[in-house]
Design a protein around this ligand. Sequence first.
Ligand SMILES: Nc1ncnc2c1ncn2[C@@H]1O[C@H](COP(=O)(O)OP(=O)(O)OP(=O)(O)O)[C@@H](O)[C@H]1O
Length: 422
Amino acid sequence: MIIAGRNLKMYFPVKGVRGAYVRAVDNVSVEVKEGEIVGLVGESGSGKSTLGRLLIRLLEPTAGDVLFKVPDNELENYDAAVERNDLESAKKIASRYSILKLRGSALKQFRREVGIVFQDPYSSLDPRLRIADIIAEPMIETGFASRDKAMSRVYDLLEEVQLPREFADRYPHELSGGQRQRVAIARGIATNPKFVVLDEPTSALDVSVQAEILELLKDLREKYNMAMLLITHNISVVSYMADRIYVMYAGKLMEKGPKSAVIKSPAHPYTQALISSVPQVGKLMQRVVLKGDVPSLVSPPKGCRFHERCPVAVATCGWTSDEVAEALTRLSEARYSELSNRLSIKVIDELTLAVSGISSEELKSIIDNESEGVRALKSIESVKEEDGRVIIKLSRYAEPPMRAVSEGHYAACHLVNPRLQT
Ligand SMILES: Nc1ncnc2c1ncn2[C@@H]1O[C@H](COP(=O)(O)OP(=O)(O)OP(=O)(O)O)[C@@H](O)[C@H]1O
């Protein structure tokens, strides 16, 4: 593997609130092989950029490790050691490949071997610098080349990204969006990196220019066997470019696998919704429209982070009594207005509620009739009358592990058949 992130966490402290964190990346493991293009997809705010930055040490993780140029058997040994909680052995392997301890010249060497291209070519290039200086900077800073050598390589790089040599003396504002993105790519690959993070490289560009930039990136991969992590919320882009895909939601991985498997037979309901919303890609799929918003990453949903918005969520997906109380209140207001005036719902603990103003029979019948549409009600395990109140007990939830769907294709969903697990 060229790079492997293991159990990465990035918790950003919330300013002014002690003990509160944005859990932008929460226990995520990913890997990229030499020469592979891996797509990382998900809605805005799911943690994609944060994960990309962790992999090239633009951010220091709260926990977890990043192993660089780790042979496959060593990575297997590392994973096995972590699995059996043999942290000594895991540490020993990590010490040979981890990027987190690199300092001085070793860190510079690593910085030469990785690159990044940011989304917005309007803001990511320093407007005061000439294009030549912009492209030469990483070569000089990482000690890849002397100033003279870097300047002469600038012309080769301009040619590589199909821009005229004269552009060396221009400034970013004199270039179009597509041309600036070519400059950002020239800069990103200036030190001949083995692994490049492309953070929404075409999102700010017109469609026709997008296609040219994607072609250029594909050519560079072919020519230099450069591995790429392509971060995007655009399913069409990954479907065109990637060999493999990771799907992220609210700081967690939901699904991973070969491109064809993830696009043609998505196993996670979140991936199904994402893909079905893009007509060209999800042609044969029934369109799933997601309700609600991406949840807060400060106090993320329990169990599966997608459960609140999942159209097929089941009892153990992560429902808590707060969510069920809210669902019952909303439901009664919307559909049982005469009931809503007398209903009083009290949360007892995470999995218990007490309801008054309704009989257990009446409540059971509402649950039976409504649980297909109001999935929170699926979590109700028992309804019993006690001391004039109705006590509701919920099923215990669990975070779904990544389960194998087929060779190399995994999804973190309770509905994925555990019998297929390898
Ligand atoms: N430096 C930071 N300090 C505090 N919070 C941060 C920081 N960087 C990112 N976040 C938060 O982490 C979460 C994930 O952000 P991130 O940019 O990684 O998501 P993303 O999937 O790349 O989204 P987008 O496509 O909008 O960039 C967001 O809630 C964001 O506000």
